[in-house]
Design a protein around this ligand. Structure first.
Ligand code: XIL
Length: 319
């Protein structure tokens, strides 16, 4: 059986993949992507980010985002929507604007009400705030924090809830899949948002991991349990990939990668609140890793030729 089918049989809501507009002309790629036994959920890798969706103030561009939302709808797949408030891929009119609290509040409210309103009813979940923490658990400096302080979290979650009351609202970040200072920072954000009277449903663990250095299953479970204890009703692995820090990968490395993917799957299955796993695209052909981490890669479940790797095959034993 295939991954989404296995995941659902094991009690998850979905096993999914990110995708991107440029890849959708690759017929062999799309045929696998749209197979709902394999992927029950998709996430646009770029199309809904601020720089593309509101490139200049008040002018919204939904064509690319709609292409992926429509694909999910046609295929009967859940859509995770990504992302609303993030320091990166943020147009310079936002990051370099000279804002007051009042004007930036209005910019955030306008962005979220338009974008979430446009996709109302189509998003299973929204990543409302993305990557707001430094590694030591302190708040990352960005235009939102500089102007609004920590009140921007509740502002964003309230605006998203108002625009689509049915979407699950997530805080999403990386290096929060195990316990430590950054995971404690996430607990603080969940509490902060809830104490401000806003709705937060989930924590998304990006899980951009490294072969051989993947956190232990027990540490992953402790991290998830801490988010649930802080008051979210669900957690998910939202951008999973497990890369080789040096290439080429070896046969034994590919076996280690399979074991690392297995530990994530098992951790999710062991936590009742863990509802799904999304890989950050499914084939090494379209992975973001080589462009961002020079010399690294081979992070996904299918190789460059869309052939299943040991980490795919091993899924059969994990679910
Ligand atoms: C990445 C995309 O995959 C790339 O195509 C893009 O150039 C940069 O962003 N964390 C996130 C994702 O939340 O949005 C990022 O996606 C990967 C890291």
């Amino acid at each position: 059986a295939q991954l989404n089918k296995l995941a659902k049989a094991a009690g998850l809501l979905y096993f999914g993949s990110a995708t991107d507009n440029g890849e959708l002309t690759d017929t062999n790629y799309v045929n696998i992507l749209k197979d709902t036994d394999e992927f029950g959920q998709i996430t646009p890798g770029n199309a809904q980010k601020w720089q593309y969706i509101e490139p200049s103030q008040g002018s919204f561009s939904y064509t690319s985002g709609d292409q992926i939302a429509d694909l999910a709808k046609e295929n009967g797949q859940l859509l995770r929507c990504h992302t609303l408030v993030w320091y990166s891929q943020l147009p310079s009119w936002v990051s370099s604007g000279s804002w007051t609290e009042a004007t930036l509040t209005s910019v955030v409210n306008t962005h979220i009400s338009n974008v979430v309103g446009h996709y109302k009813g189509q998003c299973y979940a929204w990543d409302v705030v993305n990557e707001a923490l430094n590694e030591d658990g302190t708040y990352r400096t960005n235009v939102f924090y500089n102007v609004l302080g920590d009140s921007y979290f509740a502002l964003a979650f309230k605006a998203a809830a108002a625009a689509d009351p049915d979407a699950k609202l997530y805080y999403n970040d990386y290096n929060i899949e195990s316990t430590g200072a950054k995971q404690a920072g996430v607990v603080k954000i969940v509490s902060l948002v809830k104490d401000a009277g806003a709705k937060i449903d989930g924590v998304g663990m990006q899980a951009h991991l490294i072969v051989g250095s993947t956190p232990s299953q027990s540490s992953q479970q402790s991290a998830m349990a801490s988010y649930v204890a802080a008051g979210v009703t669900e957690v998910a692995y939202t951008e999973l990939d497990i890369r080789f820090s040096s290439l080429p990968s070896t046969d034994s490395g590919l076996q280690q990668q399979a074991a690392d993917y297995a530990s994530v799957t098992k951790a999710c299955l062991a936590e009742a609140a863990c509802i799904g796993i999304t890989i950050w695209d499914y084939t090494d052909k379209y992975s973001w890793i080589p462009n961002t981490f020079s010399g690294q890669g081979d992070a996904l479940l299918y190789d460059f030729d869309l052939v299943k790797k040991p980490a795919w095959t091993a899924r059969h034993y994990d679910f």
